[in-house]
Every structure is written in structure tokens, then in C-alpha cells.
Design a protein around this ligand. Structure first.
Ligand SMILES: [Fe+2]
Length: 139
């Protein structure tokens, strides 16, 4: 089992960006990842895990549009780079899912990808949006 699978997946203070809407959506995002982890650890069938992954993929599409609107509303200067990053993440997630479905990727590898995505993108990138919104409220 990999390192990320040892992590107790719970909401932590360091995940908070300080932007209510972003934090609310991130909590749901993490909640779906926790469900996926539980299903994997319980050894549930692949179809069930794939259904949850599809839920997370759909949610991430929504969440990225939502975050995009927040960035545009406050004139966030890093919008383009952040939006590109979102697109890259969604494409990578989709690829991981396809490989898992085809049997070319282990469930634990997908979990590693999701946890890393959540922790790194949230802590390092989304926090910058929240910081900017605080200084430059909606136009
Ligand atoms: Fe983001």
C-alpha cells in the first residue's frame, strides 16, 4: 500500500482557503475521495468504484466552472494559468480512470493521484485565489 493510502483522509485546517464557497465545494470534493478510498479498502467491485470516480469527475467539472467564475468576477490575474491547470487535471483524471477501467491501473494508484491533486492544488493554488478575492472583492 502506498504512502497516500496511509493518510487519514479528513478535512484539515490547512485545506481552508478562507473563501466560503471554495471551501464548501472542496469539502464535498474530499468527501467523495474518502468514499472512493473506503470502497477500495473494503475491496468493493470495480463497477462501484467506477461509479464514484464518475461522480467525482462530474463534480470536478462543476467545481472548476465555479472557481473559474469566482476568478473572473474578481479579475484574478492568474485566471488563464489556473484554468489551464484545471483542464490538465481533468484530462489526467480522465486518463487515469480509463486505464483503471481497462485494467492497466491499480485502484491505489488512482487514489494517490486524487489525494495529491486535492492536497497540492488546494493548498498551493486555490489559496491564492482566496487571498486575491479578499484584497479585490467582486467587481
Ligand atoms: Fe483550482
Amino acid at each position: 500500500m502506498s504512502d497516500t493510502n496511509q493518510i487519514d483522509l479528513k478535512w484539515e485546517r490547512r485545506f481552508e482557503t478562507g473563501h466560503d464557497r471554495i471551501d464548501f465545494e472542496h469539502r464535498i470534493f474530499l468527501d467523495i475521495i474518502v468514499s472512493i478510498k473506503e470502497e477500495i479498502l473494503a475491496g468493493r467491485d470495480k463497477a462501484r468504484i467506477l461509479r464514484l470516480l464518475a461522480e467525482l469527475l462530474a463534480y470536478s467539472h462543476f467545481h472548476f466552472v465555479s472557481e473559474g467564475n469566482i476568478m473572473l468576477d474578481c479579475g484574478y490575474p492568474g485566471y488563464k494559468g489556473h484554468a489551464d491547470h484545471h483542464q490538465h487535471l481533468n484530462e489526467a483524471f480522465h486518463d487515469h480512470m480509463r486505464m483503471f477501467e481497462m485494467g492497466d491501473k491499480a485502484a491505489n494508484d488512482i487514489l494517490d493521484f486524487l489525494v495529491e491533486w486535492f492536497v497540492n492544488h488546494t493548498v498551493h493554488e486555490d489559496a491564492k485565489i482566496a487571498q486575491y478575492v479578499r484584497k479585490h472583492p467582486r467587481r
